[in-house]
Design a protein around this ligand. Structure first.
Ligand code: ADQ
Length: 476
């Protein structure tokens, strides 16, 4: 990494404001992307990085309270009007691109208005970035909200150095071609404005390269696409976590106390999962698997508990609130079917949990049951592994997550096969401590060696390399 100024663009800024009893304070937002970007290892001599994102507060609130946000970044909120933001975020980003890129074509709700709002939002963010941009800046665009942004910036600033990272899967061309041709070309061309496009896995990268060839007719050479106007390098950068944060936290006083409380409340085997409320996370399939286990092995009744934490997300979109109702009905059904007067198989929470509670749950449980039907990476699986200082606990992980590529010592499952998942649950419930330790040690060694800081630094270093190659006219 060198001394260039970094301009980061993501949909959300890493904070919002909350007002209680007429007192306004700053609320930090958590999540993979925020932790990742905040872990950047910038040299002390580097200029303050700038973070551009869409505001979930008004311009008035910002002007009045921006002094409260005082850290290592300079923040630049973009204020979109309500209709544009809704069509952009709830509409095109989360009702078209999200289901399509996660292989849920039946959930796509495509409207021209959504695309219009998506284009307008990208243009508004582009205008803001161009206003800020100085000659040696590095621009780092994040995620599916901003697929067209690299090309929009390039058109206005041809010599800018632009990187793009996609946090979700890039689907096979067979899925992408469901989008109308014009829209598909617009999105793919948008990405071709970047010097470097990064993905979590090689599969996603290959899907992108194939889509560019089949849709736009540009082939690649060793992952680099050359068009008449641009040269675009692609790369695989599997995102990591802040390993030491989770590893060390398991010994924090607050976490130790929370863990003791959990163990006291649930003395039997604990199965745990935590996800944002999302149909991609496979919560219904997970509940089906638990039901199969209890039906086939009633000897486990009153000997285990499944703590199911679902974090509220995108609840203005119909498929999301419908999913919440489906989950709650299934929890009620299973608790009604197997519960006794003194025991319920599922403890369900629909809320945020604090960091201490999260680590206490990671470290109190016997099994982490992580079964998305599709997930770009899945940080929860890595955080669970990192937290286990005791090297105990079993990870059951869907093979349809990016994380499965790095966590081969987990019990890998197809989340749609509830009998397979039930079988693996049974195996995990009785796995000897030595086997748990062996699997955990290997996974910990792997993910501690490539943490989020390394991920961010690798991406920026690769971006700088593309810039240097362009300057010297070499092929990348
Ligand atoms: P998500 O779909 O949000 O991320 P995930 O990777 O699991 O999924 O990240 C969730 C993050 O939220 C974790 O860091 C976790 O600690 C945090 N979290 C979980 N429960 C919480 C709670 N109750 N309260 C507060 N925070 C909580 C998207 C993609 C993923 C990809 C990441 C990063 O969908 O595939 O791994 O981006 O690239």
């Amino acid at each position: 990494m060198n001394d260039n100024r970094l301009i980061i663009i993501s949909y959300r800024l890493p904070f919002s404001f909350k007002t209680e009893n007429r007192v306004t304070s700053v609320k930090a937002s958590a999540g993979g992307l925020v932790t990742a970007v905040k872990s950047l290892d910038l040299p002390p001599s580097a200029p303050k990085p700038v973070w551009v994102g869409c505001a979930d507060f008004s311009q008035r609130v910002w002007e009045k309270h921006k002094h409260l946000v005082n850290d290592d970044f300079e923040y630049v909120p973009v204020f979109l009007d309500k209709t544009t933001n809704k069509g952009f975020y709830n509409g095109f980003a989360n009702s078209v691109l999200w289901p399509l890129f996660h292989y849920f074509p039946a959930y796509i709700d495509y409207h021209d208005d959504y695309l219009t709002a998506y284009k307008a939002a990208n243009q508004a963010v582009c205008d803001k970035v161009v206003e800020l941009l100085q000659p040696d800046d590095l621009v780092w665009v994040h995620d599916y909200h901003f697929l067209p942004l690299p090309m929009l910036i390039r058109q206005s600033q041809p010599s800018a150095t632009i990187g793009f990272f996609l946090h979700i899967p890039f689907p096979s061309y067979e899925l992408l071609r469901l989008l109308p041709g014009k829209c598909r070309s617009y999105l793919l061309n948008g990405l071709l404005g970047a010097n470097l496009v990064g993905f979590h896995t090689t599969d996603y990268r290959v899907h992108f390269l194939q889509s560019v060839r089949l849709s736009l007719g540009f082939s690649h050479r060793l992952g680099t696409i050359v068009t008449p106007q641009t040269k675009v390098q692609t790369g695989t950068f599997p995102i990591g976590i802040n390993y030491s944060l989770f590893h060390d936290a398991s010994a924090d006083e607050e976490v130790v106390q929370e863990r003791l409380d959990l163990k006291r409340s649930y003395p039997d085997k604990i199965i745990f999962s935590v996800d944002r409320l999302d149909y991609t996370k496979g919560v219904m399939q997970r509940l089906d698997a638990l039901e199969v286990l209890l039906k086939q092995h009633p000897d486990w009744i009153e000997k285990l508990v499944f703590i199911l934490v679902v974090v509220p997300s995108r609840d203005q979109i119909q498929t999301y609130w419908e999913r919440k109702q489906m989950i709650e009905q299934a929890v009620g059904r299973i608790n009604g079917q197997f519960g006794t007067l003194t025991w319920l198989p599922i403890v369900y929470r629909y809320s945020d949990v604090t960091f201490s509670q999260l680590v206490a749950l990671y470290t109190a449980c016997d099994i982490a049951l992580i079964t998305p039907v599709r997930d770009g990476m899945n940080l929860v699986a890595k955080e669970f592994v990192a937290s286990r200082q005791d090297q105990q606990g079993v990870l059951i992980l869907s093979e349809l997550t990016g994380a499965a590529n790095e966590l081969g010592e987990a019990l890998l499952v197809n989340p749609l096969d509830e009998y397979e998942v039930a079988d693996r649950l049974l195996y995990a419930l009785t796995m000897p401590p030595d086997e748990q330790r062996q699997r955990m040690i290997t996974m910990q060694a792997r993910i501690s060696g490539y943490d989020v800081r390394q991920w961010a630094n690798d991406f920026i270093d690769a971006l700088l390399t593309t810039q240097q190659a362009d300057q010297t006219g070499q092929a990348v």
